[in-house]
Design a protein around this ligand. Structure first.
Ligand SMILES: [Zn+2]
Length: 139
């Protein structure tokens, strides 16, 4: 069964916590109090921007695209790292959310990261399906 990607799993910076390997490991292990349940559920606001953004920290914006300085230098830095490392743009994700709405974005994400073999969720970080204990390499 794939993990449902809920609105709370999309971090302010555009990261989809639902496909994070730490999140997937945490959810599949079923061990409570360990690992990570996502930036928003843990009230970390955004793990990548940390406490550096006052607007996110004080809940004045929900997503970075709502910011007058979007995309800020910090977001651009993370974006570049994820494009190079994981072929995903946070800024691209944010623009998709802005244009299509969060519900449509979530649908696309579920489609994009669904394991073709078993329907489980493939992680953005290691392209691995976590359905059977992180043993199958995908893509
Ligand atoms: Zn699978």
């Amino acid at each position: 069964m794939s993990i449902k990607i809920t609105p709370e799993l999309i971090a302010p910076c555009g990261m989809d916590c639902g496909v994070c390997k730490v999140y997937l490991t945490t959810v599949k292990s079923g061990v409570k109090g360990k690992g990570c349940t996502g930036c928003r559920p843990r009230r970390k606001k955004c793990a990548y921007l940390k406490g550096q953004c006052e607007l996110i920290r004080n809940d004045r914006i929900k997503f970075c695209f709502e910011c007058p300085t979007f995309p800020c230098a910090h977001l651009k830095g993370i974006d570049k790292r994820y494009i190079i490392g994981y072929n995903t743009s946070f800024i691209g994700n944010l623009l998709a959310i802005k244009e299509k709405g969060l519900a449509a974005f979530l649908k696309d994400e579920e489609q994009k990261w669904r394991c073709p073999d078993c329907g489980g969720t493939v992680s953005i970080h290691d392209c691995t399906c976590y359905e059977w204990g992180a043993i199958q390499k995908k893509r």
